[in-house]
Design a binder for this molecule. Sequence first.
Ligand code: BTN
Length: 261
Amino acid sequence: MVEDYDPCEVEVDTEYIGHEIKCFDEVDSTNNVAKRMAEDGATEGTVVIAKTQSRGRGRRGKPWISPQGGIWMSIILRPEVHPSRAPLLTLVAGVAVARTLRDECGLDVGIKWPNDILIGDKKVCGILTEAHARFNTLEYVVVGVGIDTNVDISHFPDDLREGATSIKNELKRDIKSSELIARFLRNFEEAYNSFKDGKMDEILTEWRKLSKTIGRRVEIRKQLGEIVHGDAVGINSEGALILELDDGTLRKVISGECIHR
Ligand code: BTN
């Protein structure tokens, strides 16, 4: 029996993130709903949560399986920064999820660049950041977070099951979704304030400590089919992954699918 939590019962103790929460039993994708709301003028910090998504979206156009029992939510942000800084919000959210799973569930999590939250080498959470800019001005960003909380992984398709886990899978019990969301929103607000206050260095330092990618041999699959192999040696101030290639040169990778080898 899957926990039937009511996303509207989340008791937030933040300054502004999650003061407005729109909850739904089912949507196509909370990111789609949040984008429409942002276009209609929703304020910074508005959160969209759904119990299930019929067309949840992952990165690189992949579907995101979103059964009841998971946390599927999106946050609308309006930071006054250059659009090139928007991808950093994926790292901000990753650090906030990691803090939350550690403090609320006692789980030792790591991050695979740029956006996979791992327990061991299995993915428990993904982040999809979508930005909308006009004339070089960032109008809004939607940060979508999907956490496999009280989800039974055995129902996942074969190809996904191998690399996935859930909190229920790890702890052998259900957790209280509303409490996890409240803690996440608090952690996210704190990390996001650091980003806005020009203290991204602090977040990047924490991210590097959580990183499971730095120090690994990786394969990066880029959008147009290019594949790059190298040793991941760090991330820079833009959140780009720095690879040392086999000929010893350094290459900066801004986006792509990262596979640990
Ligand atoms: C990934 O790892 O590929 C990103 C997955 C992001 C999933 C979340 S669930 C809430 C929000 N709505 C979506 O359609 N996607 C994100």
